[in-house]
Design a protein around this ligand. Structure first.
Ligand SMILES: Nc1ncnc2c1ncn2[C@@H]1O[C@H](COP(=O)(O)OP(=O)(O)OP(=O)(O)O)[C@@H](O)[C@H]1O
Ligand SMILES: [Zn+2]
Length: 459
């Protein structure tokens, strides 16, 4: 039996699917205007493990996983506009299309490298504009939305349960959030469902004039079209709980009172940098591609994520990556050429079934002595799979010659008192991703995650 922490009830609950023959899961996907940063990858890896566990439990063909692409957004428009102003050829629409296509390609490559299975459906917002317009029209007809000056707004006070997910009252939210006060709003809490587009912005004809949808309605419309008015699990980062998820609930429950929208809300905590959320707006980010380009295997990134429970904030550190790499190298050597056992170890399944206790599952992997079982169990975490490449099979560099040379330089520096050559060589080794350990006993060089042998040439 699977138990999951439901943000809506703030409790760990038994997971009982609405229909075990069609278990339905939705994850808010990326806005495709730039490379995914490492934080953006965390929900993808977490939900990939959940997806694997659900497939194991209910059968692969009985789980539907939807993750959208937000390909209509002002950030995308701004990127395309900047390119046009810089002299890029093509219309703004063509530039937007090129940008989103390119970004979706990067996203797929990066998430594939992390061993994340592709979802069952990856709807693009621009393919569901008609469904959004229909839903907005329905909300207006039911008195939950109104049109003003080409804008359509959701009337927050018309939905009694607004704020239930994040546990805040509307008045607290107004006090705490920076809500935009605009002349076209009846109430500052009201949020945009539809907004007008100038001639030089992407737009679609609608009963309210040419315009484009707001971000929140995209997820409500796409989840309804692909999963229905009630589905099992809605996931995303905790940063989306308010206002995005609160708004999704308001829209979906008011448009489809016959359904319950999502039964379970699963929120992952943030990947942090020095105590702050990694984010584009703070500029404290690096991309998944940056790490891959440094030679850190996607499997190592995945392993580092899975060592922390999804409900806890975490940091990325080079030390965690080095340890993950060492463990994976050891395991990959052990299971090479071994066929996986028919099923994963009960201890691993039990840990994952307990609110995705991935750290517990990894601890259980360490205990396994049957290598066929190790391989089968690791696969449930998306680890040690053949598709992730044989990065660990490449021989590790022999750094003994360089260690000897550095020891020699140090011995000489002791006499001459000129340590500059020692420091220069150490700096070059560190720049190549080598950890340098110098003690009385001698010099030890350890290639770390991100080790780049080409940078050692000339040393
Ligand atoms: N630091 C983080 N740690 C974990 N998940 C994150 C982090 N930052 C964003 N996410 C998640 O990434 C997914 C994509 O989010 P979105 O497209 O809004 O990101 P973004 O706007 O590019 O990011 P940012 O928040 O950096 O501006 C969401 O599920 C969001 O919760
Ligand atoms: Zn969403």
């Amino acid at each position: 039996m699977i138990r999951l922490h439901n943000s809506k009830t703030r409790r760990k609950e038994e997971f009982r699917p609405i229909d075990p023959a069609n278990v339905r899961l939705y994850l808010c996907g990326p806005t495709v205007y730039d490379r995914a940063h490492l934080g953006n990858a965390r929900p993808v890896v977490v939900i990939d493990v959940l997806y694997r566990l659900l497939r194991l439990t209910y059968g692969a063909e009985h789980v539907t996983y939807v993750r959208n692409f937000t390909d209509v957004d002002d950030k995308i428009n701004a990127t395309a506009l900047a390119r046009k102003e810089a002299g890029a050829a093509g219309t703004l629409e063509e530039l937007i299309r090129a940008r989103t296509e390119e970004t979706i390609g990067w996203y797929h490559a990066d998430m594939d490298a992390l061993g994340a299975l592709r979802p069952s459906h990856e709807p693009r917002a621009t393919d569901f504009i008609g469904a959004m317009i229909a839903m907005i029209g329905d909300l207006i007809a039911k008195g939950h939305a109104y049109e003003k000056d080409g804008h359509v707004l959701f009337r927050v006070r018309s939905y009694q349960n607004y704020g239930a997910l994040s546990g805040r009252s509307v008045d607290d939210m107004i006090a705490g959030a920076r809500v935009e006060v605009a002349p076209f709003k009846e109430d500052p809490m009201d949020f945009v469902l539809w907004k007008p587009s100038d001639a030089d912005l992407p737009g679609w004809e609608s009963p309210w004039g040419r315009g484009r949808p707001g971000w929140h309605i995209e997820c409500s419309a796409m989840s309804y079209e692909l999963l229905g008015a009630s589905f099992d699990i809605h996931a995303g980062g905790i940063d989306l709980q308010f206002p995005h998820h609160e708004n999704e609930i308001a829209q979906s429950c008011c448009a489809h009172p016959e359904g319950g929208f999502a039964n379970i809300w699963l929120h992952n905590e943030m990947l942090q940098v020095e105590g702050k959320k990694m984010s584009k707006s703070l500029g404290n980010f690096f991309t998944v591609r940056d790490l891959l380009d440094q030679g850190i295997p996607g499997e190592v990134i995945r392993f580092v994520f899975l060592q922390t429970h999804y409900g806890k904030p975490m940091d990325w550190t080079a030390e965690k990556a080095a340890q993950a790499e060492a463990t994976l190298r050891k395991w990959r050597a052990l299971v090479a050429g071994i066929d996986p056992a028919p099923s994963a170890a009960p201890a691993v399944i039990a840990a994952l079934s307990d609110d995705l206790n991935t750290a517990g599952a990894i601890a259980a992997l360490h205990q396994l002595t049957d290598l066929a079982e190790l391989k089968a169990s690791a696969a449930l975490l998306g680890l040690l799979e053949d598709g992730l490449g044989d990065w660990a099979a490449a021989p590790q560099a022999d750094l003994s010659g360089l260690a000897e040379k550095l020891a020699g330089l140090r011995a000489k520096a002791m006499e001459t008192k000129d340590f500059a050559p020692v420091d220069a060589m150490k700096a070059a080794l560190v720049a190549a991703g080598v950890e340098v350990r110098m003690s009385k006993a001698g010099v030890e060089l350890l290639p770390g995650a991100g080790f780049d042998a080409t940078k050692l040439e000339g040393l």
